[in-house]
Unconditional design. Sequence first.
Length: 306
Amino acid sequence: MRAFVPLALATALLFAAPAAASADVIFDQADADDLAATLAEATEAQGVCYGWNVTVSDPVAGPSESIGSNVGAGRPISNDCAETVEFTASIIYTSESSESEDSATYDVISSPGGPDRTDFDALGIDMDGLTGEDPDVVIGNAVTALPLLAADTGLAQPIAASPETGTAPADAQLTDDPGSDWWRQSGGMVLWGLALMVAGALFAWWIVMINRRRVAAEQAALERAEREAEQKRRQRGRRGRPAARESAPPDLTPPTQPVPAQTSPLSTGEPAVPEEQAGEEPTAEEEPAASPSEEDTKPSVQKDKE
């Protein structure tokens, strides 16, 4: 009897203790609680109940599920809600020996007039990651988008962003200098103008350098041409000198006749003639008188005959 009493007390304590929260196959317990708290805030602002229900089929671990709603993690949407929006998904993992690949399907189930999968796909959320390494991230993004879908379809009012009303401490100060408004508005144009100026200066310097090289090349070519022309002129001058001597006109000056030796007048017995007169030719006055011709002498002969 005494042994039965402790056993009965232990059994009573076991049944009286609160049940431990079941492990979530998708989320960590802290992440599941944070997601449920986000949905609770949306339900309070819009009056719509939100939740998620994801089933997982694993050939090794067996089937499992992840459930949560605005009332808490591990708890489905309450039946007392008039308007509901729930994200559902099914993930199937295959064994390594199977030829089939892992697959997943998803849907959005809501009360009449609420969003459906077409509205959800319009948001552009990538759902290929359901069978990837981080399915919790994909499902979390899909669940937090449910209040936005309800507002877009007119099922609920949009949630107004509430700014933080906390007052800053007295010693609070800006951690960064905001700078000048003029630089924020015109800084880009100023930098662009400076870049254009630098580019223009570089282009002008490039043009000047090219012109200098071109002028230097032209001057060098001109000097080279002048040197070659000068060398050609010198070569022509050297070749033309012997030819000029051979082609010189002949000397037309008559050769001088030798003067005969004069004999002394003393040896010949003739009177000496001055050298000046000896070389001179007799003039007309000095010429001897011509002898009378026969015609001139005929009349004198006739006169004698008479």
